[in-house]
Design a binder for this molecule. Sequence first.
Ligand SMILES: Cc1ncc(COP(=O)(O)O)c(C=O)c1O
Length: 401
Amino acid sequence: MTTASDLIALEERYGADNYHPLDVVISRAEGCWVWDVEGKRYMDCLAAYSAVNQGHCHPRLVKALVGQACRVALTSRAFRNDQLGPFCQEICELTGYQRMLPMNSGAEAVETAIKAARKWGYTVKGIPENQAEILVFDGNFHGRTTTIVSFSADPDYRFGFGPFTPGFKILPYGDPAAVKAAMNPNVAAILVEPIQGEAGIVSPPEGFLRELRALTTEHRALLMVDEIQSGLGRTGRLFCFEHEAVRPDVVIIGKALSGGMYPVSAVLADDEVMGVFHPGEHGSTFGGNPLGAAVAREALKVIVDEKLVDRSAELGDYFLAKLRAVSSRHVVEIRGKGLWIGIVLSPEAGGARRFCEALQQRGMLCKETHHTVIRIAPPLVITREEVDWAVEQLADVLTTL
Ligand SMILES: Cc1ncc(COP(=O)(O)O)c(C=O)c1O
């Protein structure tokens, strides 16, 4: 039998060394649980960075995937398929936007939004050619393409990858005065995460998104919200921006849009913005393919039918309250919204990694973020009893290590 260490050795020998995973080799999954090659069961408290909000191998998603794969998987956009139209209609009706542009990875959807904003800036707002600016924020994470890392503030994401794409200005996250000062007629858009996931579940001060909405409206720029990780129920609302009752001009989604079955991402906007794209100007061979569209249609229906948004709000509050009741000398802060929680450890705690490894021993998978934060983001199908179990494991490692 091939053991976990054999499989890890293969990956280390033949794979590029661009990740630092926990050494658990998963071969099967269902709901909130995964099993390693030796048959040990773990609770998945990362949910593939919120891609598996609907739970692993959701039977309805498996059925949609297999059923569609047996009919037609890919047509390219040279021809039409019978899934894309209904997908566009259903997602627009669910979210209240007039149009959707489908892509595959999250980074491609962010790139799409950047292109839309620039083109809108030139053709609708009247910004002089090649002068468009997009305002972004310190601590941002929007993906890994060359353009996106051009405006990352993290040296690891940038080192060795220049020259970078110009046209972005990085501002402090949560500081409306800095945004106000940066506003000028060449600003086409602000691109923001409503909560910064990769930075360690960092929320801006209350009212920040409302301030961004007011400033973009006043200066005729687009407010573009990256909901790739925060959206589709994760924070107890369909979109995280709903907590501040704003309506962005552009919404970027991915991850849970396919419930983890298949990469599907999308950009949502109204006619004025989406109207900048004409045939041939933007696209992707797989974007809008029938397999992805069929899975995404079902993934959205599962979120609605199983009331996963309400569940995230209710169990998230419950999880946070129980965790905050644990007294540990290592914990500086516990923060989050919905089923998206960051446990911030003190610098003396010795890093979040050793806590994640201890949790792994106890059958719970979490991931450290920026060395000092334990990130918790279970599938939204988690039950109250499973939350109780997760808190027990966390309390155990936070009080005994
Ligand atoms: C907020 C945000 N934007 C964009 C991305 C990039 O998505 P992908 O990895 O699918 O390209 C991520 C991935 O973690 C993300 O969290």
